[in-house]
Design a protein around this ligand. Structure first.
Ligand code: CP
Length: 337
């Protein structure tokens, strides 16, 4: 894949070598993301960070990643604060905003909307999540985290055993992650959901065609007994037609310390794209796991900055110039990393 000047819209754009390229550039970003060095390689560049759906991690980590490379960030948050609320088309919005930016990240509730926007944009567009469809940068940071967690156990991504749990119908992060896992060898995926919230058939078929061993289940305990990773997801209540319908499924699969201890192999990694739903009726990933060293959710969020820095550096074609624009940091970083 030619990264320079490309849109990043779907995980289907990636071959295994492209994923490995992203990961090797992400590794290179570690001193910058962890505030030991700073770089001004994107000095003068502007990111248009356009979020027409709620977000904490994706919006702020894309923005931080761009700032850490020395660029400036301009944001639009919420449909109502944009001219889309006055009936402006995605085409017009893209034509306008791409005149103000060097690269755009966009999240929008409609499937396919980011690709439609990108077709009219004059600068590269990165998909920050389009409805229930895809979330490619999340899948990359999830797999980067899996690689790192498995390396700590003397393993790689090949031969992975992973259980994905929860709302697999509307959860775009698991859609993208399943497509990404198709690039690796001897992967075993157990899909755990209520039948009504199962993984879309076309994605299951894609995995099977790629040689992934796929099991589908509606039982949590037996499904997490022999896996390397449990990847929990939230019920995507914003995608249901009514709150009552979402409530039918909330709290159906709860992973807490006692369920983990009773069922999982020692050192099973616990992941979640976040936000987790910490309300009493949900708690798909209980707070009592917070001190479990195998809980990787905040390592995922930290890794998101590295991976998003890598995507910007590749798309804006500055990978080879990052270190030439670097200096030491002068402020106290308080041992955050
Ligand atoms: N994982 C994720 O997409 O989180 P946000 O909705 O906070 O961006």
């Amino acid at each position: 894949m030619e990264f320079a000047g490309s849109n990043i819209l779907s995980i289907q754009q990636f071959e295994r070598a492209d994923v490995e390229r992203v990961f090797s550039v992400a590794d290179m970003m570690e001193p910058y993301a962890h505030r030991r060095r700073r770089t001004k390689v994107l000095d003068g560049a502007i990111l248009g960070n356009m979020f027409f759906e709620p977000s904490t991690r994706t919006r702020v980590s894309f923005g931080s990643a761009f700032n850490l490379l020395g660029g400036e960030v301009r944001e639009t948050t919420g449909f109502e604060s944009s001219a889309l609320a006055k009936g402006e088309s995605l085409y017009d919005t893209a034509r306008v905003l791409s005149g103000y930016s060097d690269v755009i990240v966009m999240r929008h509730p409609a499937e396919g909307s980011v690709a439609e926007f990108a077709a009219a944009s004059r600068v590269p567009v990165l998909n920050g999540g389009d409805g229930a469809n895809e979330h490619p940068s999340q899948a990359l940071l999830d797999l980067y985290t899996i690689k790192s967690e498995m390396a700590g156990r003397g393993r790689g991504i090949d031969n992975l055993r992973i259980a994905m749990v929860g709302d697999l119908r509307f959860g775009r992060t698991v859609h993208s992650l399943c497509k990404l896992l198709c690039l690796f060898d001897n992967v075993h995926v157990t899909l755990v959901s209520p039948q009504e919230l199962g993984m879309p058939g076309e994605i299951v078929e894609r995995m099977r065609s790629a040689g992934v061993d796929v099991l589908e289940s509606d039982q949590l305990e037996s499904s997490i007994a022999a896996v390397d990773i449990v990847y929990s997801t939230r019920i995507q209540e914003e995608r249901f037609s009514t709150q009552e319908e979402a409530d039918l499924y909330r709290g159906r699969f709860r992973l807490n310390q006692s369920v983990y201890t009773a069922n999982c192999e020692p050192n099973t990694v616990i992941m979640h794209p976040l936000p987790r739903d910490s309300r009493e009726m949900a708690r798909e990933l209980d707070d009592d796991l917070n001190d479990n060293p195998n809980l990787a959710i905040f390592r995922q969020t930290d890794n998101g900055v590295l991976v998003r820095m890598a995507l910007f550096a590749l798309v804006l074609d500055v990978v080879d110039q990052v270190d030439a624009h670097a200096s030491d940091v002068t402020w106290c970083t308080a041992g955050r990393f």
